[in-house]
Design a binder for this molecule. Structure first.
Ligand code: ATP
Length: 132
């Protein structure tokens, strides 16, 4: 079976590198499934999980935005942050979610509101990846 070499890199260093049969990511325009021999592509990503598949094995990664580049069966994701489920601190994500919800409710100004919304998305994404 042909595979794609996937690498996920953040400012803190590489998070994952491996060969997979399929990767499903959420671009800003919608979900994209990448199989071997996909045409070259560059797409901005949403704050969402990426799914990596090898036969019946499936793993997820919580990815905080960034960009995905596909070329010659290599998929590179450059993200502000990305975590494997086993590296996610559930308590920290729950606290971040509650903090963001409180900030959204107290709506101080537009910039704070936007930041809180993004923080809420990151926390929900981490909790979603943990629950799967
Ligand atoms: P917090 O408010 O808890 O810092 P955040 O969403 O603002 O959350 P980020 O700016 O996305 O955090 O990430 C900063 C760094 O902390 C990154 O290296 C990220 O991987 C890590 N990180 C953030 N939240 C968690 C978590 N719940 N579990 C593990 N690592 C986390």
């Amino acid at each position: 079976m042909k595979t794609l070499t996937v690498s996920v890199v953040t400012p803190n260093g590489p998070v994952l590198e491996g060969d997979y049969e399929m990767i499903v990511a959420k671009a800003e325009t919608g979900e994209i499934g990448i199989l071997p021999n996909h045409i070259p592509l560059v797409a901005p990503l949403s704050i969402a999980a990426i799914r990596l598949k090898n036969g019946n094995d499936q793993r997820q990664l919580a990815v905080n935005g960034g960009v995905m580049e596909v070329s010659s069966n290599k998929v590179t994701i450059l993200a502000q942050s990305a975590e494997k489920p086993e590296d996610i601190d559930e308590k920290r994500a729950r606290e971040a979610k509650e903090r963001a919800e409180r900030r959204i409710q107290s709506k101080q100004d537009d910039i704070d509101y936007l930041r809180a919304e993004l923080a809420l998305k990151r926390a929900i994404n981490r909790l979603d990846v943990l629950s799967k």
